[in-house]
Design a binder for this molecule. Structure first.
Ligand code: ADP
Length: 257
């Protein structure tokens, strides 16, 4: 089985609220169709459909006031709209994609997944379908609600299932010493191993992300490395890279193992 995460920064324009990168999404859907022969789960992030509202209503703090509830239902609404676009793109390329709504299937506790009936995911896979899940606002036993990142869903499912490869597609080639979009001198990091995590202390990660951004991603992937599952962070903006990664070919990216 392969788990593919389509990052929010890849499928949306993070600089503008509610803007989808339609062309990118269509191309990636084709790559998924051509690449996939094995069982597959797709997760997508929220990008500019999730983060602006979640930030505005400070949803990452959990329930503090009734004013935040508007942020909760708007986040749900816009994540549904984005999810529908992803589903349309995938099914237009005949990927047998079926959406599973996170907030109806997952309850968190202190920001971590606490209850999640993965039989639903498993059942659809066994039928030959491709479950699609996404980061969202979900119920939280201690905080009322929380923001659940797509990255946490990826690591949870990769722990539960027998997964060959986890592929995180984003809008940069992988992990650098600094944000490559802001610093020309940023150096590419080819590998992050669970036995050599000192490299993480040197990382400068600039972000304003309610789900923990890149650092959150690496932490989730290192948990998988402990289990023996390898992951790779790749640039989905480069044509063909996701397809090759799904097929198991060598591609440029940061390997976490
Ligand atoms: P996604 O939304 O695709 O899941 P994120 O936005 O959480 O991804 O993380 C990817 C972004 O992190 C990139 O767009 C990049 O600009 C930014 N970033 C910040 N610091 C770094 C770094 N040290 N190396 C690579 N990317 C970084």
């Amino acid at each position: 089985m392969i788990i593919v995460k389509l990052g929010g920064s890849l499928i949306t324009d993070k600089s503008k609220a509610f803007v989808i990168r339609g062309g990118v999404l269509r191309r990636l859907s084709g790559e998924i169709k051509r690449g996939a022969g094995k069982d597959l789960i797709i997760i997508h992030g929220g990008g500019s459909f999730g983060h602006p509202i979640a930030n505005k209503y400070m949803l990452q703090r959990g329930f503090q006031s009734k004013e935040q509830l508007r942020g909760v239902y708007l986040t749900r609404l816009y994540m549904d709209i984005l999810n529908r676009k992803v589903l349309e793109a995938l099914t237009n390329k005949s990927v047998p994609a079926i959406s599973i709504q996170s907030s109806a299937n997952i309850i968190c506790d202190n920001g971590r997944i606490n209850e999640f009936n993965i039989e639903i995911v498993d059942g659809f896979i066994k039928l030959g379908l491709v479950p699609v899940m996404y980061g969202d606002v979900v119920l939280d036993k201690s905080r009322g609600f929380c923001i659940l990142s797509g990255d946490q869903i990826v690591s949870h499912l990769a722990m539960e299932f027998d997964v060959d490869r986890v592929i995180l597609a984003t809008d940069v080639d992988g992990v650098y010493t600094k944000d490559p979009k802001k610093f020309e001198e940023a150096k590419f990091i080819k590998e992050i191993s669970k036995d050599n995590t000192q490299i993480l202390d040197k990382l400068e990660i600039s972000e304003n992300d309610v789900t923990g951004g890149l650092k959150g991603k690496i932490i989730e992937l290192l948990k998988l490395a402990e289990k023996g599952t390898e992951s790779i962070i790749i640039n989905g903006l480069v044509k063909g890279r996701l397809e090759k990664a799904i097929l198991g070919e060598r591609v440029l990216g940061t390997k976490v193992f």
